[in-house]
Design a protein around this ligand. Sequence first.
Ligand SMILES: [Zn+2]
Length: 450
Amino acid sequence: MTHDLAITGGRVVTPQGILQANIGITAGRVAVLTPDAVDAHEVLGAPGRVVLPGAVDIHVHFNEPGRPHWEGWGPGSRAAAAGGVTTVVEMPLNSIPSTTTADALKSKVASAQGQSLVDFALWGGLVADNLDDLPGLARGGVVGFKAFMCESGTKEFAFVDDAMLHEGLARLAELGQFLAVHAESNWITHRLTEQLRGAGRRDRPAWGESRPPAAELEAIQRALFLAGMTGCRLHIVHMSLPDGTQIIQATRDAGQRVTVETCAHYLTLTDADLVRLGPVAKCAPPLRNEKTQEELWRDVLGGRIDCITSDHSPCPTEDKTKGDEDIFEAWGGITGVQTLVPLMLTEGVHRRGMPLEQFATLLSVNPAKIVGLWPQKGAIQIGADADLLLIDLDREWTVERDWLQSRHRHSPFIGRRVRGWIEHVMRRGETIVSQGEAISTAGGRWLTRQ
Ligand SMILES: [Zn+2]
């Protein structure tokens, strides 16, 4: 048959290994993968290029509706696309309204449709007072739920106490759903913050001191315990500590269903970078020290961490710079969806010898599976959506402000040398980015659980 498009001569990273293969694409899907010639109306030659599945970033915050001046679906999704992320799963936080009711879900979908360049799915929120909204959100098509165990930094998203967490987990288990948690103890972080601020501390290291490893590890343990008691599947978001990996691994070995992500910034920045760069590198949990970071890399390379996300949490630049004099005043979130893939190619594949198959597992396969988008998303295989990246793996380049597509072009990674250039990005067989430029607008589709 004659396909719509053939991509020829590339090294294709598939779940079965790396193949020197031609890809035939029909109706937006991978129709054939073969060393033989592929007949097609259009041919895109990829000699010397690596063909990766588009990344699936299951942790981004696009603040529309309500705060498009923070990050809108247009710029946010263009940033994703330019960075090789072809599917985003948006996590509720400070949109107005936040996605915590069925009506809010509808307005979230409406704001994304017609604007998002990449395909998208949505998380629903479990907050302090919305137990009765959980079934409607589940029916409405969220892929999972998210809760904070500590103050979220925004009044639009109230954190859950243990009673709500316990009951929410039980309800979600009944609904066949699962919960992702921001695991930091509110008791510990709240008290330490009051003490430090009360003592007049406003310096950058004070941020890390207010959120020590104990706060994260205690909350991970508590969430695992309550999830185990209620039989609910759990996902730990943005884990920053190798000690957390150990706790989770032990729970997994005991048969409990739990997955864990870490973020690119924990693998590429340290507490010293927060001191050097200031509020632009403020996040929660905070950046840890270099030794912790190398141990976290060992967990990633050892397959003990399921996926890597960006936790893209942008804000107007003034919400960062207002923390120049007092770190506690700055918004805590890193603008990172566009740098996720280049950073992980540089630091994982090139610097630490991560095989490309493992890269695809961490950035595409596993995240798609966790949120139920597999096998439509997550891999280059027959029948899957043709979401593809053509990568010039050895090209070195510098992350520049002008390349960034987010509404507010601040990033802790501006000026960083990286290796692995995303030459071409395809969403369902259609080119949406070429040589770093978005060449299309909108067209992204809403995805629900498979
Ligand atoms: Zn987040």
